[in-house]
Ligand binder design. Structure first.
Ligand code: DQA
Length: 147
């Protein structure tokens, strides 16, 4: 199974960035743990973090025919990006939207996502564990027929 992990803007700052909201773990630690977990699940995990919308759009486009599932924490692009939505619709690869924080318990503008209604599922507020749950869910979706 091939899974593409995408992290959007400012997630490269995890560890130093508002740790009371996003936790103490760095992105390197989160992705390192996820890679380890992925290998036990027989998943080939590819990761990209970018602060640039066009790089995320291009990565989604290039996933066509190469990836079975996408896990994406779009950061603030969640609340702004029709382009990322359209890219995900264009490739039609199932995806899970992940947020470390509970976006529903924060500013009103974080309640709206351009992606949630087309996602397989959404995980928010569970911190770095959310990535692990999303990976496990992707694997069970891909290995069982009852999706
Ligand atoms: C986030 C939530 C977004 O609202 C915010 O812009 C982020 C991170 C999260 O993981 O909780 O950058 O996606």
């Amino acid at each position: 199974l091939r899974v593409l992990l995408l992290n959007g803007p400012n997630l490269n700052m995890l560890g130093q960035r508002e740790p009371q909201i996003y936790g103490a773990a760095t992105l390197e630690q989160i992705v390192g743990d996820l890679r380890q977990h992925a290998s036990t699940l027989n998943v080939e995990l590819t990761h990209l973090q970018s602060n640039a919308e066009h790089e995320l759009v291009t990565a989604i486009q290039q996933a066509l025919g190469k990836q079975d599932f996408i896990l994406i924490n779009p950061g603030a692009f969640t609340h702004t990006s029709i382009a990322i939505r359209d890219a995900l619709l264009a490739v039609a690869i199932p995806f899970i939207e992940i947020h470390l924080s509970n976006v529903h318990a924060r500013e009103a503008f974080r309640k709206h996502s351009y992606l949630s209604d087309i996602a397989k599922g959404v995980i928010c507020g569970l911190g770095a564990n959310g990535y692990r749950y999303a990976l496990e869910s992707a694997v069970s979706t891909l290995t069982t027929k009852n999706i």
